[in-house]
Every structure is written in structure tokens, then in C-alpha cells.
Design a protein around this ligand. Sequence first.
Ligand SMILES: [Zn+2]
Length: 333
Amino acid sequence: MRNDSSAANAKRSLREIPKVELHCHLDGALRPATILELGRAQGVRLPADRLPELIRHVQVTKPCTLTECLKVFDLVLPLLQDADSLARAAYELVEDSAQDNIRHLEVRFAPALHGSRGLSTDDAVAAVLRGLARGHARFGVSTGVIVCLLRGLPESRNAAAFESLRRAYGSGVVGLDLAGDESRFPIDAYAKFFERARELGIPATCHAGESRVQEIRAALDLGVARLGHATRLCDDASLLGEVARRGVAIEVNLTSNVRTGSVPSIESHPARTWFEAGIPLSLNTDDRGLFGIDLTHEYDQALLAGFTREELERLANGAMRQAFLPRGAEARA
Ligand SMILES: [Zn+2]
């Protein structure tokens, strides 16, 4: 047990570690205060009109079901349907990242989910890039955008998002991701996007193995450089060995995995096992707004998952090598 002041000191020292965040969703990062302001400005009815009550509706602080988490996105997404709101969300995320001493941030979002008022996927990407550029100029955090395709979305909408990724790749957009419910929509149906990305030299990550270990195998076969979550990897020792051998990195999301019930507790999270197997790891928030956390909190949680402070510094350092930096940008990092 740590007493209050030693806990505060430990937190401060973790905050000082220069960090990289590679798995962070733009919509899941929105501040509750911004949700309130955007709701008021856009005339969108929210479940509460004062911040303390609203926080209870937009933050998941205990283990919850997927449906409960998705309910929050149903609330947040309608507020991010115009360029200015997207740019604001991106800017504020850079500001919040700077508070964590994050030096490089990869933010991901699904451009196909922001068109209900006519915004094209190209314009959605451009708006996010605009907010990130403003954030970079102000706070000095370097950034990249990962375009998410979504499991279960009509093919044409994923295809439009992929085309926006292709067009903006190298101009602030750095990679491809696939998100959504893997138990209902296996990755095979989206293989062609990963194959096309590979042909174009665009690196890919994939949400895989939160509920089905088979998705990890399939994602590896499609040539992903990183895996998001991958909590079921420990179900298959030979696959774990293969991930390590190939040097495929895992984007670890400790709090998210416990809150969504993907692992029973931080202490039993498999990240430490992966680390000992030599798998490159990064620590990430996944949805910092939704879970009411920051990246420093995740470093603190990693101590409970069995890491030492020195190991966390090594992890933070190593995560930079896992970033999807556009070609030629390595020297700037
Ligand atoms: Zn995620």
C-alpha cells in the first residue's frame, strides 16, 4: 500500500517520463466539458446539462458491458459531425497529451462515422489534421492519424475511408486500423483493404484478440505491424511465440481491458508475460475521455501489472520505434 504523498510523488515521476501514445481514439478522448459545450452550441439534447451529472453518463469508471460503452459513443458521435468540432477535438487531445509528457501521438478515428451532415471522409481527415497541426504548433507534440475502418459498416463506406487514407497518406496520415466487433465481423471480410495497404507500403495495425484469438492469427497473416489489445494471445502459446519472433508490437490498453471485461484485473493482465517473451509493447489509453484516465494513469497501472519504473522508461523509449512515422520522418522523431 502506498500512502497519499508517496503515491502523488510516484505519479509525478511517472508523468515526467517522455511518452509515446499509439492507440488513442479521437471520439473516445473527448473531454466531458467539451461534450457539454458542443451539445449546447449545436442544440443537441444531452442526458444532463450540468457537468458533474453529465460525467456520470459519459464516463465508464467500473467494469461494464460493450453495450454500455457503445452508448457513450452514441452520445458523442453526433457532436462530431462538422469540421470545426473535429478540429477542436483533435486540438484538445494534443493539449491533454502534452500534460502527460507525450512526445508523439498517433490518434485514430473512423472518417466514415462523421458524415451524417454531409462531411466527406476527405474533409473529416483534413479537419482532424488541422486540429492536430494547431496542437503541434502550440504544444510541440508530434502527431499522426490512423484511419480506422469499421467491422460491420457497409463496404462502400469503408472503401471511402480507405481512399481518404490513401490520398492523405504521407501528409499527416500514417496508417490503417480495423476496429469494431470482432466476434460478429471477422477480419477476413476486410482482407482486401489490408492487402491494398501492403501494396501501397501503408503500415497497418488491427484491433484483434479482445475476444477471439483466431483474429490475431488472421491479422498476422495480413501483415499487420502492430496489434491492438490482443488480450486472448495468452490462449495460444505457439501464436505468442510467433508474435515475438516476428517482432509484431502490441498496443496495450490496461484500464480499457479491465473496464470492458476483456481481462479480470490489472494484476492478471498478460502484458508482463508478453514483455518477458520479448514482444515490443506500448502503453495506451484507448479512450481517455470515456474511461476518465490519462496515459500517466496507465503507467501507474502498469506498476500493478508487474512492471518496474525502469522497465516503464524502457517501454516508453521502445514505443517510439513502433510508431508509424511517414517515410523520411524518422530523423525528426
Ligand atoms: Zn481501440
